[in-house]
Structure formats: structure tokens, C-alpha cells
Design a protein around this ligand. Structure first.
Ligand SMILES: CCCC/C=C\CC(=O)SCCNC(=O)CCNC(=O)[C@H](O)C(C)(C)COP(=O)(O)OP(=O)(O)OC[C@H]1O[C@@H](n2cnc3c(N)ncnc32)[C@H](O)[C@@H]1OP(=O)(O)O
Length: 324
């Protein structure tokens, strides 16, 4: 599997390990609106907008929709960059859909985990330049999605003095706070992004970082104030799906668009080859241990003590939401 040809195929959008993966080329059953895909061939930029209310949490279907949409955009040779965004202005993605983990179905659980592994393989190994536009919270697997991209821009949030309007998004791998641990390939993404000691601390404590801190440790590459820009690139509007068409002046999306344009101008063979240098080993290591990883996840998550923690966490989330 780890031959030069297999490696090139992985990064050119053709999967040499397809038989191992649950991913299919046909649209997943309920995928269509979960991830809205828009393309602008003139600029070479596409946008994948996550659209799974209320929190863009990652269910089996959402993972399949992400892979399918990405694969479809990748198949278009005119596209070089993709922006990953959200229809929810306050949540990028709330991470795994916790209801997939509580009292799980024995058949579905390994399929669910496989679909998440596939998101990692497809997104981290995409031939496209990927820019995460993080407008809101990105905990746990939400942070993982962002870290799988090539560039992360985060909104500073609404720092309005009025406490009711104030909204400061956070990002990080907070798994330990739920009584679970990020899998090795996900934890290693944090190590690769922010360095060993910072990651060791953040993983153990389950730290969620507000934008300025996330920038200072390198978890995001840029932060932008929560505001409209006066004169943004007017071409962005062509890329926005109808659900967020009114966001053409949004500073975060404008910044993400500018970055996507910068990437789209780099000769693709050189850009893809440089991406392989930093990512291929990590991806192949994960693929080699994929079945083991699935077994470990299923065994871990179904433990009584873990189920107890997750049940309590879901209850707390629901109570919080009910009190609003
Ligand atoms: C075993 C190894 C696996 C390791 C890999 C990954 C682990 C994970 O990804 S686990 C998921 C971790 N995610 C979280 O801890 C985030 C939980 N959510 C929140 O903290 C907040 O919802 C958030 C800060 C994202 C947004 O806050 P609010 O804007 O205040 O919204 P609400 O809290 O009211 O939530 C709205 C609505 O969404 C539901 N929700 C939120 N997160 C999830 C989730 N991860 N899965 C499923 N559902 C989620 C929440 O319950 C509310 O629903 P309703 O009660 O129906 O309104």
C-alpha cells in the first residue's frame, strides 16, 4: 500500500485503499443537504458548508456527506481550493454527535467510526487546498475537522459588552472533559499543529481555547474581528449557498476566500507534492492501524464507566439547552 503510486493516488483524489473503506462514489442516502457544495470554476474555489442543525455534529450520515461532497469537488479539475464553513454563525461543528456514542447500536458503531476515519483520510489527504472558516465553536471532532484543513481562520466572536449578545467561540480537543480520549491520529494532529508540550497539556486538560489564545499557540493561523467588511471581494457572493448569501461582507468568509485564492494560484503539482511531504506518513500510519483503531474505539466507548460519563454529559447539554 505504501508505494509511491499508492501515495500519489491518495493525494490526487483517487483512493488506493477504497476496498478497505466504507466510502462510496454514489451519494449517501441522506447526504444532500447536510453539506452544501458550491463551486466557482472561474476562481477555482469551492465551498462546503456544513448544514446539520442544531450544531453540525458529526453523525454517520454527516461524515459520509462530508466525504462525498469533498470527493465530488475534488473530481472537478478546475477546482484547486475549498473553504469549509458552516450555516450556523455560532457553531462550526460541535464534534461527534454524542448520541452516536450513548447506548450505541453494535452494527452502527463501527460503521460510524469508519466514517470518521474516512473524513480524516479524505480531508487531511485532499489534493485540494483546504481552508477552514471557523465562525463559531469547534470542540473535539470540530477542532479535528479544522486541523485537517491546510489553513484555519477563526472569528474573534462577538465581544459585545451586552452579555446577552456576547459570543466568544472556542476550539480544542476537549475529549477528556467528557471522560473519553481522542484517538491517536486525532491527538497527533494537535501535536503536529501546536507542538508537543502545548498539545500534551491541552489533551490532558481538554482545553478549549478562545480565538486569541488559539492564534498564539498556532492552533489557528489567523483571527478576524466579528464585523462586516466595507469592500470585500464581490466574487465571494457567487460561491455562497442561498442559506448564507447575506454573508458576502462577512470578514471571516472574506478572509477565508482571500486565502483560498492565494492557494489556488500556486501550481497544483507543487502544492500537492509539498502537502505529501508533511502528511502522507501520518495518513498511511493511520490506515495501517485502521481496524485496530476501530476495535479499540468500540471497546472503549461501550465500557460501563465511559457510558456513564457520556450519558451524564448529554443530560447536562440538554438541561443547559432547555434552560435557555
Ligand atoms: C471515544 C473517542 C472519540 C473521540 C473523538 C471525538 C469526540 C467528540 O467529538 S465528542 C463531542 C464533543 N463535543 C462537545 O463537547 C461539544 C458539546 N456542545 C457544546 O458544548 C455546545 O453545544 C456548543 C458550545 C457547541 C454550542 O453551545 P450553544 O450555542 O449554547 O448550543 P447548545 O449547547 O444549546 O446546543 C444546541 C443543540 O445542539 C445539541 N448539541 C450540541 N453539541 C452536540 C453534540 N456534540 N452532539 C449532539 N448534539 C449536540 C444540544 O444538545 C442542543 O440540542 P437541543 O437540546 O435539541 O436544543
Amino acid at each position: 500500500m505504501n508505494t509511491p503510486r499508492a501515495r500519489a493516488m491518495l493525494f490526487m483524489g483517487r483512493r488506493s485503499h477504497q476496498s478497505h473503506a466504507p466510502h462510496k462514489h454514489s451519494p449517501p442516502a441522506v447526504a444532500n443537504d447536510l453539506v452544501i457544495s458550491t463551486v466557482d470554476e472561474n476562481s477555482g474555489i469551492a465551498m462546503l458548508t456544513m448544514n446539520r442543525p442544531p450544531a453540525n455534529s458529526l453523525s454517520l450520515e454527516m461524515n459520509e456527506a462530508l466525504c462525498y461532497s469533498l470527493k465530488t469537488v475534488e473530481a472537478n479539475p478546475k477546482i484547486q481550493s475549498v473553504i469549509l464553513s458552516s450555516t450556523n454563525p455560532k457553531i462550526f461543528s460541535a464534534g461527534l454527535d454524542i448520541t452516536e456514542l450513548v447506548a450505541p447500536d453494535n452494527d452502527r458503531l463501527p460503521r460510524f467510526w469508519n466514517s470518521l476515519q474516512q473524513v480524516y483520510i479524505d480531508l487531511y489527504g485532499s489534493r485540494l487546498a483546504t481552508v477552514a472558516a471557523i465562525q463559531g465553536h469547534a470542540p473535539a471532532a470540530g477542532c479535528f475537522l479544522a486541523m485537517s484543513c491546510d489553513y484555519r481562520v477563526m472569528s474573534e466572536g462577538d465581544t459585545n459588552n451586552d452579555i446577552k449578545k456576547k459570543h466568544v467561540p472556542t476550539i480544542g480537543l476537549n475529549e477528556t472533559q467528557l471522560g473519553i480520549a481522542a484517538p491517536p491520529w486525532m491527538g497527533q494532529l494537535l501535536v503536529r499543529t501546536i507542538g508537543f508540550r502545548q498539545a500534551e497539556l491541552a489533551l490532558a486538560l481538554g482545553t478549549l481555547f478562545p480565538p486569541e489564545q488559539a492564534l498564539s499557540i498556532g492552533l489557528v493561523d489567523d483571527i478576524v474581528p466579528h464585523q462586516q467588511v466595507e469592500s470585500g471581494d464581490h466574487k465571494l457572493v457567487d460561491l455562497l449557498p442561498s442559506q448564507i448569501k447575506d454573508q458576502a461582507q462577512n470578514s471571516l468568509l472574506q478572509k477565508a476566500y482571500t486565502q483560498a485564492q492565494i492557494y489556488a494560484k500556486i501550481p497544483p503539482q507543487a502544492r500537492v507534492a509539498s502537502k505529501m511531504v508533511t502528511r502522507e506518513e501520518h495518513i498511511f500510519r493511520m490506515i495501517a492501524k485502521r481496524d485496530e483503531d476501530t476495535q479499540h474505539f468500540c471497546g472503549f466507548v461501550t465500557q460501563k464507566a465511559v457510558q456513564k460519563n457520556l450519558t451524564a454529559y448529554v443530560e447536562a447539554l440538554k438541561n443547559k439547552s432547555a434552560k435557555k
